[in-house]
Design a protein around this ligand. Structure first.
Ligand code: FES
Length: 209
């Protein structure tokens, strides 16, 4: 949707693009210490997880590398054909599970239902660290889920962006009202995100204290 997407879609092979990046902050360092990491990808929200898994298995920033069994990738989409590059994820060798809203691949339902399904069966422990990227409604639900269970959680967000470098204030994300940023109302998605801890920002007006 939108002018920029249309312009990109109209590009043919060989088109030259000018790109500014990388900008902002990515996932926390996915270390091999502490609770397992559960990655929740919704549709094209899968994109940032491939490299995250690769880096976690290598060990980045001096952190101990994660073992494959400390990483879980839960991939949801509306239907089977929207589980992009599923085979590539499976080749990374971390436990990968799918769900679709129409039941055409994996569990019928959304990623939080898949998570609960796996936790009920003892495949994934109750105490985990959550990472999520996908549609905003999904991210709101993940935030509520993390809040209700007292889990650490990071969300990769998207906003409209004007400058991308912190000048225009065009990409605000509301801070947790009683959180560590005090009365400061918004953070900038472009330079302080796009990945945020739910201890810092809220999509659904949560009070976290
Ligand atoms: S896009 Fe301009 S401040 Fe974020």
């Amino acid at each position: 949707m939108g002018e920029g997407t249309r312009a990109l879609a109209a590009c043919t092979r060989g088109t030259k693009l000018k790109i500014v990046g990388p900008l902002g902050n990515g996932w926390p360092t996915l270390d091999g210490d502490g609770a397992p990491w559960v990655m929740l990808g919704g549709g094209i929200g899968s994109a940032p997880f491939y490299m995250a898994i690769e880096q976690a298995l290598l060990g980045m920033d001096g952190a101990r590398a994660a073992k494959r069994e400390q990483l879980f990738y839960l991939y949801g989409a509306a239907k089977r054909g929207f589980l992009y590059d599923l085979e590539a994820f499976e080749k990374l060798g971390v436990p990968t599970f799918t769900c679709t809203m129409d039941g055409s691949h994996g569990l019928k339902g959304h990623v939080l239902q898949l998570l609960e399904h796996l936790q009920t069966r003892g495949v994934i422990p109750e105490k985990v660290r959550l990472l999520a990227c996908g549609p905003e409604k999904m991210l709101e639900a993940v935030e509520r889920h993390a809040h209700a269970r007292g889990l650490e959680c990071w969300l990769s967000l998207e906003t409209l962006m004007g400058c991308g470098v912190g000048i225009c204030n065009g990409c605000p994300v509301p801070t947790v009202p009683d959180g560590r940023h005090g009365l400061w109302p918004n953070m900038k998605c472009c330079v302080e995100g796009p990945v945020f801890s739910t201890a810092d920002v809220t999509l659904c007006g949560m009070q976290h204290a």
